[in-house]
Ligand binder design. Structure first.
Ligand code: CAA
Length: 379
């Protein structure tokens, strides 16, 4: 067993870390405050090859492995979790299903511009009454000749307002349950498509989260992804990979909170000495370091499984469950180490705390990860 990263993976870490320090650090607090989507830096990440990292080069991607991908999400999220999820959604939830289920014509038309960062994508599964119960799709797609006419709406869609392309899910045959759901590739210019509510959020405020509305939206039949009735499997398989991306985001946030705590503990003096000399603080730091290392092992393991084409549904669910839990605990205790200062915007740990929370919710709540893990244990 070898825990060493390859030269290429180390290079990806350095590239992501340098980019984050030079381009994201100066704007991370500002876009959190203003909730402004960082169009320019997302474009630059596309130029770096970070928008379609595991997509083969012939389809516009960087042709990297899945461990390199999680390292990039970890490093970017360590500085700005909003950029982390913007990237993760485009890579895991849009490029990956196009690569896995798309026809060559779909890859040519949609994957190439998405993987090369010329276009941005989003993934529309969630509805007002289909959150954890993702199969309860109320959006309906009716076949009319060589087209589908789609009616319904999707909520809480990351990148929603800014995306050029969306992969969405709709019922094509309600009587068949999960086997009556189909996936479609849609463009923002399609007639009948519009953006509804844009959410105001607790965290990841520099990312965009919006409602997608379909009113008699006309979609050509060649934009069906993976075949009629295959949509639920497309969604579930896609989310397996997406969960590894969110786990890497959570890992990055936890690392940021830990490093800020070490720095502060060495600088801050009380009772005539740095607070790092007190056992209470040392124990916080020891717990953080140990739990982060455990989370990192699971996140890299899940990415390794995916890279090696081994089953990764369970390792991805475990990675997301643990990493998001560690992110919450580490950011909460990071504020505790910082005391009153940690509760203010003078230090970044309050942002890390707010950003961490969503990692326990999106792409399947912690409870969904436990359902997936136990479902596989008990089958
Ligand atoms: N891969 C492939 N197929 C899968 C699968 C997987 N990982 N998991 C399930 N399936 C298949 C099953 O084999 C089954 O197929 P058959 O009909 O052929 O037997 C079918 O899907 C139905 O499976 P279940 O009966 O297990 O489905 P369920 O309705 O009980 O759902 C669930 C199970 C785990 C709760 C699922 O609904 C789920 O994951 N819910 C959470 C949804 C979620 O993660 N939403 C996040 C929204 S996206 C987001 O957050 C994006 C963003 O913007 C950041």
């Amino acid at each position: 067993m070898d825990f060493a990263l390859t030269k290429e993976q180390e290079m990806v870490r350095k590239t992501a870390r340098d980019f984050a320090a030079n381009e994201l650090e100066p704007i991370a607090a500002d876009i959190d405050e203003s909730a402004e989507f960082p169009t320019e830096t997302v474009r630059k990440l596309g130029e770096l090859g970070f928008m379609g990292m595991t997509v083969p080069k012939e389809w516009g991607g960087a042709g990297l492995d899945d461990v390199s991908y999680v390292i990039a999400i970890e490093e970017i999220s360590k500085v700005c979790a909003s950029h982390g999820i913007t990237l993760s959604v485009n890579n895991s939830l849009v490029c990956w299903p196009l690569m896995a289920f798309g026809t060559d014509a779909q890859k040519e038309k949609y994957l190439k511009p998405l993987a090369s960062g010329q276009k941005l994508g989003c993934f529309g599964l969630t509805e007002p009454n289909a959150g954890t119960d993702a199969a309860s799709q109320a959006t309906v797609a009716e076949k009319q000749g060589d087209k589908y006419v789609i009616n319904g709406n999707k909520i809480f869609i990351t990148n929603g307002e800014k995306a050029d392309v969306a992969i969405i899910f709709a019922m094509t045959d309600k009587s068949k349950g999960t086997r009556g759901i189909s996936a479609f590739i849609i463009e923002k210019e399609f007639p009948g498509f519009s953006i509804g509510t844009v959410e105001k959020k607790l965290g990841i405020r520099g990312s965009c989260t919006a409602e997608l509305v379909f009113e008699d939206m006309v979609v050509p039949e060649q934009n069906l992804l993976g075949g009629e009735g295959k949509g639920f499997k497309v969604a579930m398989a896609t989310l397996d990979g997406g969960r590894i991306g969110v786990a890497a985001q959570a890992l990055g946030i936890a690392e940021a909170a830990f490093e800020a705590s070490v720095k502060y503990a060495k600088e801050r003096e009380q009772f005539g000495k740095p607070i790092s000399k007190f056992q209470a603080i040392q124990w916080f730091l020891s717990d953080m370091a140990t739990e982060i290392e455990a989370a990192r092992m699971l996140v890299y393991r899940a990415a390794f499984d995916k890279w090696q084409k081994r089953p990764y549904t369970v390792s991805a669910a475990m990675a997301k469950y643990l990493a998001s839990d560690v992110a919450m605990k580490t950011t909460r205790n990071a504020i505790q180490v910082h005391g009153g200062y940690g509760f203010t915007k003078d230090y970044p740990v309050e942002r890390f705390y707010r950003d961490a929370k969503i990692t326990e919710i999106y792409e399947g709540t912690t409870e969904v990860q436990k359902m997936v893990i136990s479902g596989n244990l008990l089958k």
